[in-house]
Design a protein around this ligand. Structure first.
Ligand SMILES: [Zn+2]
Length: 189
């Protein structure tokens, strides 16, 4: 696996589905970044297990697997507007920080969730700052062009706390946010 991409997805899996795994990433970041085999093997194994478990719970392909899109709404916009100079894992890392801030601002995520996600990503040498503020309009436009967007709203898969995704099977696993609100939070830096 491409290390940055693999580690960003590992943080995503911990943040959305497994607080203990997230805490392991926080504690063992140095061994992981140094590619020590036991730590790296645990990352690969646990990420595969979590992804498989989420997908197995969602055989209709329209429910819970949406939680695996955490960080990807903002992330895809960053990737696309950079002409793919920003790597997927880097873009998703930045996306998770901003999407977690959106979740906190909306009162969905517990206070401190975004800070913990940002801190572990920094320890893993992943970027956490979006492109220049002058490009926020462009990012919002890219998010609105995404095929998943309906009726002007932008949808996000958000955490409720570290290790717990927000949502349920009845109301769904993504949350619609007004583009103006997304713009405000991305512009805040
Ligand atoms: Zn991804």
């Amino acid at each position: 696996m491409q290390l940055a991409a693999g580690l960003a997805e590992a943080v995503k899996h911990g943040a959305m589905a497994d607080a203990e795994y997230f805490a392991f990433l926080e504690a063992e970041y140095a061994a992981i970044f140094a590619k020590h085999a036991p730590a790296l093997e645990r990352v690969v194994r646990r990420s595969v297990e979590i992804k498989a478990a989420v997908v197995a719970q969602d055989e209709r392909e329209k429910g819970k697997r949406a939680i695996l899109n955490f960080g990807h709404t903002v992330g895809h916009a960053i990737e696309a507007t950079s002409q793919y100079e920003v790597l997927h894992g880097e873009a998703v890392a930045i996306g998770m920080v901003y999407e977690a801030r959106i979740a906190e601002t909306l009162g969905i995520a517990a206070a401190g969730t975004a800070g913990r996600i940002q801190a572990v990503l920094e320890r893993l040498h992943l970027p956490v700052e979006r492109p220049d503020a002058s490009r926020v309009d462009e990012l919002i436009a890219a998010m609105r062009n995404d095929k998943k967007v309906r009726a002007g709203e932008i949808r996000f898969a958000l955490p409720r706390a570290i290790g717990i995704a927000y949502g349920d099977d009845a109301r769904g696993w993504t949350t619609a946010v007004a583009p103006e609100e997304v713009h405000r939070i991305l512009s805040a830096g």
